[in-house]
Design a protein around this ligand. Structure first.
Ligand code: AMP
Length: 107
């Protein structure tokens, strides 16, 4: 938990979001500025800033984050989807709490 992190505030419930999934390790919610017909974020509850801050201790978490994508995409009615993990300011990451974008057209 990082008091200055907007995703930590969503995880704690201090800021509302359009949640689509939650378990002990992850939350997923619709992006506030969707760039596709379906655009949601899968966010680990553990505050890790970027993929560059991950190491072997995060292996299971990262694997489980990937495995959630097809499950949640199917829940959203998608038959296929794109994923994106922006990493670091140079990588276009605005929110420094690791997350995966999932985009789908629903076609
Ligand atoms: P990134 O550039 O990979 O860090 O993406 C951060 C994403 O978080 C952007 O697509 C934002 O639109 C999204 N975002 C920021 N604040 C919120 C929020 N309160 N609820 C939902 N999505 C958000």
């Amino acid at each position: 938990m990082n008091a200055d992190c907007i995703f930590c505030k969503i995880i704690s419930g201090a800021i509302p979001a359009k949640n689509i999934y939650e378990d002990a390790d992850f939350i997923a919610f619709h992006d506030i500025k969707p760039m596709a017909k379906v655009h949601f974020l899968i966010v680990p509850k553990l505050h890790v800033a970027t993929l560059q801050d991950c190491n072997s201790t995060h292996q299971k978490l990262l694997g489980n984050m990937l495995l959630l994508a097809p499950k949640l995409a199917a829940d959203q009615g998608l038959k296929g989807f794109k994923t994106l993990i922006n990493t670091g300011r140079e990588g276009g990451q605005e929110v420094l709490h690791i997350h995966m974008h999932v985009f789908g057209s629903g076609l």
